[in-house]
Design a protein around this ligand. Structure first.
Ligand SMILES: [Zn+2]
Length: 1015
């Protein structure tokens, strides 16, 4: 017994001595830290050794199968840029070169057929692959075919789950999966999200729809992990979107015992100093140490399979040091222990073995894993907001990508697919997919790496805008020279329309609708010269009345700082169509004042109050047939970042000063200006720290306010966490709802988690209640709903009834000790602190008025404003009168059905339909969809006699949907049972599209048979 005690001591020392960035790794759960437990493990080890000595064989079924899984976690940018990590440059920061990792690993796999390795990040792998000669490519193909090299996850990057939007997650995964299918004919079966900081229901659902049978991750709340270890519940069937999708999105889930580095003292990685496994006097001791971990795992998992990942960040650059030790570990452990079968394995092989185990019942999980805390002081709720400008830019890139995809697809269907435009679009697709990485979208990289992501996105956006402008030129009027206008925060500040107008020249402005929703009564703002008035008419039909109005504001007390804006009411744009207007500048007559809006038929009242120079209350009522009102107040507040002992507030972690602290008022309003126009009611507020603008479109069906906040750079010696707080008196509730990656709404209850007890909350009552918000946060009671839509990922909560609080900008003066080694202190080139401009939509109405026909007005706004905003182009006016071109005649689909188009290659276009309705809005009745709508659209655009085929595919377009190929898991609570999913064909082309259902079709133009729908 004495000897065993020594072994355990070594084990615990190793745990204590873990590196500083490996905080909180591998702690025994309480119940496993008892002398009784240690004795039990020691006895098991002893028995296993004695059986071996006595020649007693354990049957194969009873043996512990120890799956040694070799992997390298290669961040697509973190402490170095993606390109530096790939090439291995900038060694001063960190020694890591992915090209060498892949070179080394392939060589070792080639030399020894028993070795296996898994690889996840396609942004790296494709860079390496492009540089290999045909011999090497053949070697790799052989290793993939014989199962030695296995691709898992397979996204371009390993996306974050808290700060990403569902469309971008799909883009990232599809890009990697298409590469793997084309080069290797491979379709990954498991998701591998070892590092992302918390996990979402949408991710689980999307992975399931990509054909994954299982996924792996590590980071969940420390209390949850403790509980799951105790209850042998680290493996389960996750059934997301239950109320909408039943069990259709179920996916088996494995949460690692601790992190992804394997077990302490056995990392053998490049920079590690663990004792090697060598024959000699330490060998038996090392093997017993290994065995004690194996038995601990066995106590925690339900089958005889033990999953041990071996490999950390950028490991295997010196693959030999790891493989030599693993080879010996496998050899000698198999020799020493009678009941162990230790071997190189993969996540797929592990799942296959687990499935073979009979009689195991799995629990079911329905909830997401947010927020993540790795100890009682450390809530990872800051990164939901960190680097607010970068987060905004990622969403801007996403909108640009989606919009240009739509029009590129229309053009591709009409004539030939233009490879040059497709290449430009791919520059953005690459940048956008990289930006989904869990140190990119999150903002948790070093500053120079964050700048590199912005460069990638900038180049991508510019390339895509060029492609889109060429397409629009074709679609609108090829005789004109069109220019793309950036749409930022509802104004066109960057658009050069201003220059033409100030020179007295007329311009044609064309508004393109990238969605299949017919758009009505939306507004677009232009900045115009102060000294002109604008006359507007329809480009093609000058007789049609068009409405526009201007208003001026002062940005400071200086007379020279006047700016004038002009609002255009876009009364109607059809699905995937454009609408064009001519703007004519005329000198402003002296009589025209600021309030020159036309008087409206409806009775609009727009009042406000300002309390304590900081709280703005808005009272808006519009009566036409009936009256609708919008009443809310908003205020900017802040918390001081915690900078004391222990965990500090930083890039990842949000920590306020705690213990009874509330936030303080942040901004003093110094000036305001109000404009009650016909088209819009506008209020501008100038503050000492935040300028803001409230715009309410008087023509909107359900009134909503767009609040733009221009948060000045945060100054001072201490970290500051700025919030905007929206309040309503109409909703009383102790719970709130936040979206899951822009898809469904999740219920949140203050100071509660659904599947574990939230203990040790004292001092953390604020930060523990923040959740990721990617599209919406809502308060609701029986009759009223109050929703804030946002334009980028943010951290949000509702700490008091009737109040929504959103963290909008952060600056910290300390690093929070999770590896970046920098505070969150973003600076401009002149070293001033950065400002942030963000936008929220505020919708407060009765639930009844929000629910229209078969959709919810909030979801429609999410699409119209934050997913598929109108695109703006301009040109100079032609000499001769324009000829109206025949429009595309794309059908408008119901507002709850979203159509996403994407050109895949020279012969194929994807069309994905998504029913955005959801249980939260009580809209679960399926919508009948006629596939002929799509087929006829394509047929009409094609030349006469040109055939194509249509096939249905899974979400990442790497498996054709024919019948169920998913695994049937038996589960304990009976709430959901998995029956598989079948594609029904045959009866006409109608099918029901359930709430939250997506279906993806590929139109293939390379086939010669006439128009046909193929199963
Ligand atoms: Zn990582």
């Amino acid at each position: 017994m004495k000897r065993v005690a020594t072994i355990l001591l070594v084990l615990f020392l190793a745990t204590v001595l873990c590196g500083e960035h490996e905080k909180n790794r591998f702690h025994f759960q309480e119940s496993q830290n008892t002398p009784e437990y240690k004795e039990k493990i020691a006895a098991q080890i002893k028995e296993s050794k004695e059986n071996k000595l006595k020649g007693i064989n354990v049957s194969d079924d009873e043996k512990l199968k120890i799956h040694i899984v070799s992997h390298s976690h290669d961040d697509v940018g973190f402490k170095k840029t993606l390109d530096q990590y790939y090439s291995g440059s900038n060694e001063m920061v960190v020694r890591a070169g992915v090209q060498y990792i892949l070179d080394e690993v392939i060589q070792h796999l080639d030399e020894d057929p028993t070795k296996r390795f898994v690889y996840a990040e396609m942004a790296f792998f494709t860079r390496w692959w492009d540089e290999q000669n045909e011999d090497m490519k053949n070697t790799v193909r052989r290793l993939v075919t014989n199962g030695q090299l296995e691709f898992i996850n397979g996204g371009w990057s390993m996306n974050d789950e808290a700060t990403t939007y569902y469309e971008d997650i799909i883009t990232n995964m599809q890009k990697g999966h298409q590469f793997l299918l084309e080069e290797f004919g491979v379709t990954p079966n498991v998701g591998w999200h070892l590092d992302p900081f918390g996990h979402s229901n949408a991710q689980a659902a999307l992975f399931s729809r990509m054909g994954f049978d299982a996924w792996y991750f590590c980071r969940i709340d420390y209390r949850d992990k403790e509980k799951r270890r105790d209850e042998s519940n680290l493996e389960f069937l996750w059934t997301p979107f239950l109320e909408d999708r039943g069990d259709k999105d179920s996916i088996f889930t494995h949460i690692t015992y601790d992190m992804y580095w394997g077990i302490p003292n056995f990392y053998f990685g490049d920079s590690r100093t663990e004792d090697p496994i060598v024959p000699g006097f330490t060998l038996d001791q090392r093997l017993d140490e290994f065995a004690s971990w194996v038995y601990t795992f066995k106590d925690t998992f339900k089958t005889n399979n033990i999953f041990i990942p071996f490999g950390g960040d950028f490991n295997y650059q010196n693959a030999a040091t790891i493989f030599i030790n693993l080879d010996r570990l496998i050899k000698y452990a198999n020799e020493r222990f009678s009941d162990m079968d230790v071997f190189y394995s993969t996540p797929n092989t592990y799942i296959e073995e687990v499935m073979k185990t009979e009689g195991v019942e799995w629990s079911t999980n329905y909830d997401d894993f947010f927020p993540y805390a790795d100890d009682k002081e450390s809530y990872w709720t800051g990164f939901f907001t960190s680097r607010a400008n970068q987060k905004g830019y990622i969403r801007e890139a996403s909108r640009q990508y989606m919009a240009s995809n739509q029009f590129l697809a229309i053009e591709a269907v009409k004539k030939v697919i233009d490879s040059d435009k497709l290449a430009k679009q791919e520059v953005l697709e690459d940048a956008l997919s990289i930006a989904q990485h869990h140190d990119a979208a999150t903002g948790t990289s070093k500053q120079f790496v964050a700048d590199d992501y912005i460069d990638y996105l900038y180049n991508g956006i510019k390339a895509s805008e060029e492609a889109q402008t060429e397409i629009m030129t074709d679609l609108i009027d090829p005789s004109l020279d069109w220019t793309f206008c950036d749409v930022k925060n509802g104004t066109l500040d960057d658009c050069a329309i201003m220059k033409s107008l100030s020179e007295g020249k007329k311009v044609v402005v064309s508004i393109a609708n990238p969605s299949t929703m017919r758009r009505t009564n939306e507004i677009v703002h232009f900045e115009i010269p102060n000294d002109v008035e604008i006359q507007v008419e329809d480009f093609y039909s000058p007789d049609v009345a068009v409405k526009g109005e201007s208003y001026s504001i002062k940005n400071s007390d200086l007379d020279t700082d006047l700016r004038t804006y002009w609002t255009l009411l876009v009364d109607e744009v059809d699905s995937l169509a454009t609408r064009s207007y001519v703007l004519s500048p005329t000198p402003k007559s002296p009589s025209s004042g600021v309030d020159n809006g036309l008087k409206t038929d409806s009775d609009v009242k727009f009042d406000f109050e300002i309390t304590d120079d900081s709280i703005v209350s808005i009272h808006y009522t519009k009566c036409s047939q009936e009256c609708q009102s919008l009443d809310f107040e908003f205020e900017y507040r802040y918390y001081t970042s915690y900078e004391g002992k222990g965990q500090k507030s930083g890039l990842y972690i949000f920590r306020d000063e705690g213990a009874g602290q509330t936030s303080q008022s942040y901004n003093t309003i110094v000036d305001f200006h109000i404009q009650k126009g016909d088209i819009a009611s506008v209020m501008h507020l100038r503050g000492d720290k935040v300028d803001s603008r409230v715009v309410i479109n008087n023509y909107a069906d359900v009134p909503f306010a767009t609040v733009t906040s221009d948060v000045h750079g945060i100054e001072g010696e201490h970290g500051v966490e700025v919030t905007v707080n929206f309040r309503t008196e109409k909703v009383t509730s102790d719970r709130f709802y936040t979206d899951s990656n822009g898809m469904i709404m999740e219920e949140r209850i203050i100071n509660q988690r659904k599947h574990y007890d939230l203990t040790d909350l004292q001092g953390f009552e604020v930060v523990s209640n923040f959740y990721p918000v990617n599209s919406a946060i809502t308060l609701r009671d029986d009759t009223n709903q109050f929703t804030i839509l946002n334009d980028r990922a943010q951290s949000g909560t509702s700490l008091r009834s009737g109040e929504i609080e959103i963290l909008i900008h952060r600056r910290t003066t300390f690093d929070d000790d999770r590896g970046v080694e920098e505070p969150l202190d973003e600076r401009n080139s002149d070293n001033s602190t950065i400002s942030v401009q963000i936008q929220h939509q505020v919708i407060g109405a009765t639930i009844e008025s929000l629910h229209k026909e078969n959709y919810n007005e909030v979801k429609r706004l999410q699409r119209a404003i934050n997913e598929e905003p109108l695109q703006v182009f301009y040109s100079k006016v032609p000499e001769s009168a324009p000829q109206e071109r025949s429009s595309l005649k794309c059908p408008s689909l119901p507002n709850n059905i979203k159509l996403v188009l994407k050109v895949l290659d020279s012969q194929r276009v994807m069309a994905r339909i998504y029913n955005m309705n959801e249980h939260f809005d009580n809209l679960t009745e399926p919508t009948s969809f006629d596939l002929s709508t799509l087929v006829n659209l394509v047929a009409n655009l094609r030349q006469e006699g040109e055939g194509f085929s249509v096939t249905e595919w899974n979400l990442s377009l790497n498996k054709q949907v024919t019948s169920s190929s998913k695994i049937n898991w038996s589960i304990t609570d009976g709430k959901a049972t998995f029956e598989g999913e079948k594609f029904e064909t045959g009866v006409g082309n109608y099918f029901d599209l359930g709430s939250q259902e997506m279906r993806s079709f590929i139109f293939n133009f390379g086939e010669t048979s006439p128009n046909q729908v193929v199963e």
